[in-house]
Design a protein around this ligand. Structure first.
Ligand code: CA
Length: 224
């Protein structure tokens, strides 16, 4: 699952990138409004994290522009400003949540999970599709009420992406793009096949279907 981070503080951006990648997210980082706008126009993100004070303007202006356009993904504002006026302006401009620097990593992760789950329409603590429960915080899975089992980082990223977008066909290229950062271009398309096979072995053959020449889809309702 890919997130966009707009943050001009290099150190903070770097530590956030590490935190989010450790937690199974892929991340594009931009340090100014211009680049963020270009990223948003060309990539598909599940969520964006916006700093407000940026070298070429205010994150609030970009947020307003996005909301006037087609951008309806959850947006979390991250800023050093902690007055209630700033918070109100941010939320009125279309942000879904707000976090004041400095913040605890655990709080950021909890809020991200909550925003993504809300988007998924899930009110319970776990992402749940087709008898599979995914605990996004502990990166473990439970199949039809059986024991929780841990997943490898790549299995987790792939399964989470498919569970957030069920009943849609995803090409191998799209899945690879969600799994690996651009610099890891050694990632071969057949890696997707390998990980799909592993998920099928763990969670049942009928959960993820193959569409020949098109890609894969995770079914939200299994026939059996
Ligand atoms: Ca800033």
């Amino acid at each position: 699952m890919k997130l966009l981070l707009l943050e001009d503080d290099d150190l903070l951006a770097e530590s956030l990138a590490e935190l989010l990648e450790d937690n199974g997210y892929r991340l594009d980082v931009s340090s100014n409004l211009n680049d963020a706008q270009a990223f948003m126009a060309t990539e598909q993100y599940a969520l964006a994290i916006l700093d407000l004070g940026l070298p070429d303007g205010s994150g609030v202006d970009l947020l307003k522009r996005w909301r006037k356009g087609q951008v309806d993904i959850p947006i979390l504002i991250l800023t050093a400003r902690d007055t209630w006026e700033d918070k109100v302006v941010g939320l009125r401009s279309g942000a879904d949540d707000y976090l004041t620097k400095p913040f605890h990593e655990a709080e950021l992760l909890a809020r991200l999970h909550a925003l993504l789950r809300r988007r998924q329409g899930a009110s319970h603590g776990y992402l749940q599709v087709s008898g599979i429960q995914l605990d996004e915080e502990a990166q473990r899975v439970c199949c039809d009420g059986e024991q929780w089992a841990s997943l490898t980082a790549t299995e987790f990223r792939l399964l989470r992406y498919l569970m957030h977008h069920p009943d849609r066909v995803h090409s191998k290229a799209q899945l690879l793009d969600q799994l690996y950062a651009l610099e890891q271009d050694a990632a071969a398309p057949n890696l997707v096949e390998v990980y799909i096979a592993r998920l099928r072995r763990r969670l049942g053959k009928d959960l993820i279907q193959t569409r020949r020449g098109q890609g894969y889809l995770l079914v939200s309702h299994r026939s059996s």
